[in-house]
Design a protein around this ligand. Sequence first.
Ligand code: DX5
Ligand code: ZN
Length: 229
Amino acid sequence: MTSRAQPLLRGVRVAPSILSADFSRLGEEVAEVLDAGARIIHVDVMDGHFVPPITVGPLVVAGIAEQVQSAGAMLDVHLMIERPERHVAEFVKAGADSVTVHAEATPHVAYAASIVRESGACVGAAVNPGTPVEALAELASSIDVALCMTVNPGWGGQPFMAGSPQKVARLRAIVADEVALEVDGGIDVDTAPLCRASGASVFVAGSAIFASGEPGEAYRAIARSVGAE
Ligand code: DX5
Ligand code: ZN
């Protein structure tokens, strides 16, 4: 799994988040963005504890894994759950190519990251808007993805937080060059370039793509705005 994900994470990429997709036709929604060129599909897992909503689990990851991976794309699983280290194995078994854990979700984030590494998936670590980037400093050389939340996690469709580009720049300064810097929340054709200028390389977009009525076209517009592959 790592062999598929690592080259994809090295580039500038827009990652559609299925959180805002129509789940009654999830396969068609995913097909539209894959056909438009998306190679990272972002899956938001919420447990009703770390964040108030409950969303999807390994069954949905498994449901789209073959479609995504046979297109040469990867599944980027964003765990907004408490004690994520307890659930990594089941998501990787379901098809996750990368698994991101939150610094705030466990007292043992380095251990959680090591569990992801041992599973064979790429390792992501995330910080909420209220968490200083330094929370990832000790992990900076052992992760593949650093995720800077640009909204408070839990819901799609929230406005991009204005101070985020400066925070992205601070995070970029503490992680190694080869680490992908992902931004998530309120990303669209206006905010993605601001984050790109601050050093972000992976741009998660949910409502800007799937609530647009034209997911393929919306994907291409955001990709153009940041010069994504
Ligand atoms: C929010 C999730 C996001 C969400 C982003 O907690 O982590 O991935 O899908 O949605 P938009 O792009 O609508 O802000
Ligand atoms: Zn997310």
